[in-house]
Design a protein around this ligand. Structure first.
Ligand SMILES: [Cu+2]
Length: 185
Protein backbone atom coordinates (compact mmCIF):
# COMPACT_ATOMS: atom_id res chain seq x y z
CA UNK A 1 0.00 0.00 0.00
CA UNK A 2 2.67 2.45 1.02
CA UNK A 3 4.58 1.64 -2.18
CA UNK A 4 1.54 2.48 -4.33
CA UNK A 5 0.99 5.74 -2.46
CA UNK A 6 4.59 6.65 -3.15
CA UNK A 7 4.11 6.08 -6.90
CA UNK A 8 0.99 8.25 -6.98
CA UNK A 9 2.95 11.06 -5.34
CA UNK A 10 5.65 10.88 -7.98
CA UNK A 11 3.30 11.35 -10.88
CA UNK A 12 2.17 14.93 -10.11
CA UNK A 13 5.81 15.94 -9.59
CA UNK A 14 6.74 14.56 -13.01
CA UNK A 15 3.88 16.51 -14.61
CA UNK A 16 4.95 19.61 -12.74
CA UNK A 17 8.48 19.34 -14.15
CA UNK A 18 7.19 18.73 -17.67
CA UNK A 19 4.96 21.80 -17.43
CA UNK A 20 7.83 23.94 -16.19
CA UNK A 21 9.96 22.87 -19.15
CA UNK A 22 7.10 23.62 -21.55
CA UNK A 23 6.56 27.03 -19.98
CA UNK A 24 10.26 27.84 -20.30
CA UNK A 25 10.27 26.78 -23.94
CA UNK A 26 7.21 28.98 -24.57
CA UNK A 27 8.91 31.95 -22.91
CA UNK A 28 12.06 31.45 -24.98
CA UNK A 29 9.96 31.22 -28.15
CA UNK A 30 8.18 34.48 -27.25
CA UNK A 31 11.50 36.19 -26.60
CA UNK A 32 12.80 35.05 -29.97
CA UNK A 33 9.66 36.08 -31.88
CA UNK A 34 8.85 39.52 -30.51
CA UNK A 35 11.67 41.28 -32.35
CA UNK A 36 12.76 43.06 -29.19
CA UNK A 37 15.94 41.11 -28.59
CA UNK A 38 18.67 43.48 -27.49
CA UNK A 39 22.23 43.27 -28.80
CA UNK A 40 24.73 42.93 -25.97
CA UNK A 41 26.73 45.81 -27.45
CA UNK A 42 23.68 48.13 -27.23
CA UNK A 43 23.16 47.69 -23.47
CA UNK A 44 23.68 51.00 -21.67
CA UNK A 45 24.15 52.94 -24.92
CA UNK A 46 22.47 56.37 -24.97
CA UNK A 47 21.31 58.15 -28.13
CA UNK A 48 19.96 61.69 -28.36
CA UNK A 49 17.41 63.87 -30.13
CA UNK A 50 18.19 67.61 -30.19
CA UNK A 51 14.69 69.06 -30.21
CA UNK A 52 13.73 72.23 -32.13
CA UNK A 53 10.58 74.10 -33.01
CA UNK A 54 9.36 74.76 -36.57
CA UNK A 55 11.35 78.04 -36.45
CA UNK A 56 14.57 76.12 -35.70
CA UNK A 57 14.86 77.40 -32.13
CA UNK A 58 16.24 74.79 -29.71
CA UNK A 59 13.66 73.24 -27.38
CA UNK A 60 15.93 70.94 -25.37
CA UNK A 61 17.02 67.33 -25.55
CA UNK A 62 15.60 63.84 -25.34
CA UNK A 63 18.01 61.03 -24.37
CA UNK A 64 17.20 57.34 -24.93
CA UNK A 65 19.19 54.64 -23.13
CA UNK A 66 18.99 50.95 -23.99
CA UNK A 67 18.31 48.64 -21.04
CA UNK A 68 17.84 44.86 -21.08
CA UNK A 69 14.03 45.15 -21.24
CA UNK A 70 13.44 48.39 -23.08
CA UNK A 71 14.57 51.99 -23.43
CA UNK A 72 14.61 54.71 -20.80
CA UNK A 73 13.51 57.92 -22.53
CA UNK A 74 14.47 61.13 -20.68
CA UNK A 75 13.02 64.44 -21.84
CA UNK A 76 14.34 67.85 -20.82
CA UNK A 77 12.36 70.35 -22.85
CA UNK A 78 11.74 74.09 -23.00
CA UNK A 79 9.56 76.51 -24.95
CA UNK A 80 6.31 74.52 -24.75
CA UNK A 81 2.87 75.90 -24.01
CA UNK A 82 1.58 75.07 -20.53
CA UNK A 83 -0.31 71.78 -20.37
CA UNK A 84 -0.20 68.20 -21.66
CA UNK A 85 1.54 67.26 -24.90
CA UNK A 86 1.67 64.08 -26.97
CA UNK A 87 5.20 62.60 -26.93
CA UNK A 88 6.05 59.96 -29.52
CA UNK A 89 8.78 58.17 -31.44
CA UNK A 90 8.08 58.69 -35.15
CA UNK A 91 9.25 56.29 -37.83
CA UNK A 92 11.62 58.42 -39.96
CA UNK A 93 14.73 60.27 -38.81
CA UNK A 94 13.94 63.58 -40.50
CA UNK A 95 12.43 66.91 -39.43
CA UNK A 96 12.90 68.72 -42.78
CA UNK A 97 11.51 70.36 -44.85
CA UNK A 98 8.83 70.23 -42.16
CA UNK A 99 7.94 67.90 -39.29
CA UNK A 100 5.66 65.76 -41.46
CA UNK A 101 8.96 64.29 -42.78
CA UNK A 102 9.14 62.24 -39.56
CA UNK A 103 6.24 60.12 -40.86
CA UNK A 104 3.86 58.18 -38.61
CA UNK A 105 4.61 56.51 -35.32
CA UNK A 106 7.43 53.96 -35.01
CA UNK A 107 5.45 50.80 -35.72
CA UNK A 108 7.59 48.06 -37.28
CA UNK A 109 5.07 45.30 -36.56
CA UNK A 110 2.03 47.21 -37.83
CA UNK A 111 0.18 47.29 -34.50
CA UNK A 112 -2.61 49.70 -33.56
CA UNK A 113 -2.41 52.98 -31.67
CA UNK A 114 -3.33 53.85 -28.13
CA UNK A 115 -2.52 52.55 -24.65
CA UNK A 116 -6.25 52.35 -23.88
CA UNK A 117 -7.28 50.91 -27.23
CA UNK A 118 -5.50 47.62 -27.93
CA UNK A 119 -2.12 46.17 -28.80
CA UNK A 120 -0.14 49.36 -29.34
CA UNK A 121 3.11 50.17 -31.12
CA UNK A 122 6.54 51.23 -29.81
CA UNK A 123 6.05 54.85 -30.96
CA UNK A 124 3.36 55.38 -28.31
CA UNK A 125 4.52 57.00 -25.08
CA UNK A 126 2.70 58.73 -22.22
CA UNK A 127 1.88 62.43 -22.51
CA UNK A 128 4.25 64.93 -20.92
CA UNK A 129 3.22 68.05 -18.99
CA UNK A 130 4.82 71.47 -19.45
CA UNK A 131 4.60 73.96 -16.60
CA UNK A 132 3.80 77.65 -16.87
CA UNK A 133 7.48 78.35 -17.64
CA UNK A 134 7.29 76.06 -20.68
CA UNK A 135 9.62 73.39 -19.36
CA UNK A 136 8.84 69.68 -19.24
CA UNK A 137 10.94 66.91 -17.75
CA UNK A 138 9.97 63.27 -17.96
CA UNK A 139 11.37 59.78 -17.66
CA UNK A 140 9.48 57.18 -19.67
CA UNK A 141 10.34 53.49 -19.86
CA UNK A 142 9.43 52.20 -23.30
CA UNK A 143 9.38 48.39 -23.23
CA UNK A 144 8.66 48.05 -26.97
CA UNK A 145 11.39 50.25 -28.43
CA UNK A 146 14.98 49.16 -28.93
CA UNK A 147 18.08 50.87 -30.25
CA UNK A 148 17.97 48.42 -33.15
CA UNK A 149 14.44 49.44 -34.17
CA UNK A 150 15.06 53.17 -33.62
CA UNK A 151 18.32 53.35 -35.57
CA UNK A 152 17.12 51.31 -38.54
CA UNK A 153 17.98 52.35 -42.12
CA UNK A 154 15.86 55.51 -42.15
CA UNK A 155 16.26 56.28 -38.43
CA UNK A 156 13.56 57.72 -36.14
CA UNK A 157 12.58 61.04 -34.61
CA UNK A 158 11.03 62.31 -31.39
CA UNK A 159 7.94 64.48 -31.88
CA UNK A 160 6.13 66.63 -29.31
CA UNK A 161 2.57 67.60 -30.22
CA UNK A 162 0.46 70.67 -29.43
CA UNK A 163 -2.22 68.61 -27.66
CA UNK A 164 -2.22 65.46 -25.51
CA UNK A 165 -2.55 62.00 -27.03
CA UNK A 166 -6.04 60.55 -26.47
CA UNK A 167 -4.55 57.05 -25.88
CA UNK A 168 -7.35 55.85 -28.16
CA UNK A 169 -7.30 54.57 -31.73
CA UNK A 170 -6.89 58.13 -33.08
CA UNK A 171 -4.10 59.96 -31.19
CA UNK A 172 -5.69 63.36 -31.86
CA UNK A 173 -2.58 65.13 -30.59
CA UNK A 174 -2.67 67.89 -33.18
CA UNK A 175 0.24 69.87 -34.63
CA UNK A 176 3.86 68.82 -34.31
CA UNK A 177 5.47 71.56 -32.20
CA UNK A 178 8.94 70.08 -31.64
CA UNK A 179 11.00 67.56 -33.61
CA UNK A 180 14.40 65.96 -33.14
CA UNK A 181 16.21 63.32 -35.18
CA UNK A 182 17.55 60.53 -32.94
CA UNK A 183 21.27 60.02 -33.43
CA UNK A 184 24.27 58.52 -31.64
CA UNK A 185 25.83 61.89 -30.78
CU1 LIG B 1 3.35 61.88 -32.72
Amino acid sequence: MSHATGDRRKQPRAWHSACLVLALVALLALAACDGQSVDEADLGVTVFAAMAGPDGVSMGTVALTQGPNGMLVSADLTGLTEGWHGFHIHETGSCTPDFSAAGGHLNPEDKGHGFLHGPNHPGDMPNIYAGADGTARANVFNTQASLKSILDDDGSAIIVHAKPDSYGEDPGAGDRVACGVISRS
